[in-house]
Design a protein around this ligand. Sequence first.
Ligand SMILES: [Zn+2]
Length: 371
Amino acid sequence: MPALRQIDADAARRKLTFARDTGFHGEVKRRVLAYFARTGLPQRDNPRMFLKTAVLLVWFGASYALLVFVASNLWEGALLSLSLAFSMAGIGFGIQHDANHGAYSNHRAVNRVMGMTLDMLGASSYLWRFKHNLSHHTYTNLIGEDDDINFVPFARLSPAQPRYRLHRVQQFYLWALYWFLFPKWNFVDDFKSLTRARISGHPFPRPRGASAVELIAGKAVFITWAFLIPLLFHSWWIVLLFYAGASLVLGTTLAVVFMLAHCVEEAEFPDLPATDRLPRPWAVHQVQTTVDFARGNRLLTWYVGGLNFQIEHHLFPHICHVHYPRIAPIVQAACAEFGVRYAAHDSFRSALASHWRWLRRMGQTPLATAS
Ligand SMILES: [Zn+2]
């Protein structure tokens, strides 16, 4: 098995391309565009999104203000930090994700401002656009290319990753590691990416001008509201305790929603080809490496920003997520006609169980029989 550094080096050297579309992508696009033409609905700048943005930001602001300025005991603090963490995850799913994909508005400036809600949460939206939009969305579930499935050496999420002894019990301990995702993002990952100017082996331009100011200002704003203001009113250990608690809830929520769409038994983890060309067209690759879940759960769909319709999101990342439930039957029918396997879990619970089984299988199955 190639060492991971070698995989990274390979990724840096070559640029993978996909096979030509054999009709599926063109047809599914045509049908979805026909849906918008028929209904007259705008793909972006949707009033439901403006209302959702207001609800999530008020939820966040109220939770924060009550936690820092009003809470008078640990129990009140614990409940409010739980509420704060869920509101932050909601902003991550429901505002910044669309905005940084350009799916929130037709106006670049609006997308940019709404995308900065991620900077407010302590992670650079500039870097996220390279990490998520390019690395994850183009090369989904390809080891060495998709940065989002790289938990090496702590976990093995794909048959192509090395398996260590500790992975035998990864289905039990991985949840605890999700705890560290948020602090790692705040204080490690962005700085590492900036120093290396690479994400998953792919070079990206370091931010300059307005982008650089935005990145620095974002980190400063986050440090101010998350640490400096609370430190004016509370002791350092209280501030740290609630940061740790909120990080646990936030990291787990973000990770689980991501994992249920890509790290389950039904999702494929294609091998890297010997040549620079992948055997399947891009749109087919997206559907095969992605799984929907709990599509009938309206509350969950609202909260996770339509990311339970991840197949639709991967095919149409520039369309606002409020439309995904209506687009899904169109996509599913096209998949059936073109022989593209479309996978969806009926409930959140069954997707979670599948994620658990996948982790167990990856931890216990040697490479040769893992796929
Ligand atoms: Zn996305």
